[in-house]
Ligand binder design. Sequence first.
Ligand code: PEP
Length: 251
Amino acid sequence: MRKKIVAGNWKMNTTVPEGVELAKAVVAKSVEVPAGVGLIVATPATHLCPVAEVVKGTRVELSAENCADKEKGAYTGEVSAAMVASTGAQWTILGHSERRQYYGETDEKLVEKVKLALANSLKVILCVGENLEEREAERHFEVVKTQTENVLFQFTAEEMASIVIAYEPVWAIGTGKTATAEQAEEIHAFIRKVLADHFGKKVAADMTILYGGSCKPSNAKELFAQPDIDGGLIGGASLKADDFIGIALAF
Ligand code: PEP
């Protein structure tokens, strides 16, 4: 049975002391969440070491928000997958739409990043999703299929066990506009079919597919009730421990 997960993406928010306090609050409230729900916090790279200390020995897992597409060397300012893993983090988000949009992250670069993450025993939350223009042109299925094929089809069925997909319609991220539960379910079921056609039914059935885009405690229940939605990648609402845990309680 695939895992249910609620992951918080802090983005470029909080100073290190603020992040440590937020992580402590998440850990304290995590006892309220049923055992079967995985909890992950994805923090800025600067926060990984101190937050790793906070979540150590708890049920809360730690993720980076990105890692480099190169192993090591003269790449000033980059943080490698090996560096992320050495902090104690178990996960990295890759391919977030903000990275694709503002930092020229292509599917080709993402293949390299996923390879390096897996080689360093990091699990990956790979983001896919269409922008508003693509949605309005009714190209969302095609866009998501292409992103999935370009990146994930470069990996084996075995490697897919270390990958989670986050479907995040770009028009719903940070805008307050959530995809309706029906819109989200339609794409999640479609992604699962794309996976089934390539990797077989078992890989598709075991794949955790998260929804992301203005998810909050008030709409999480309806979204998570859908058969193909296995949890959420949460941006804004993950900056308040009450809201983040409130979303995880929606299961
Ligand atoms: C995100 O950026 O991953 C996200 C889902 O953001 P928000 O929840 O703020 O829309």
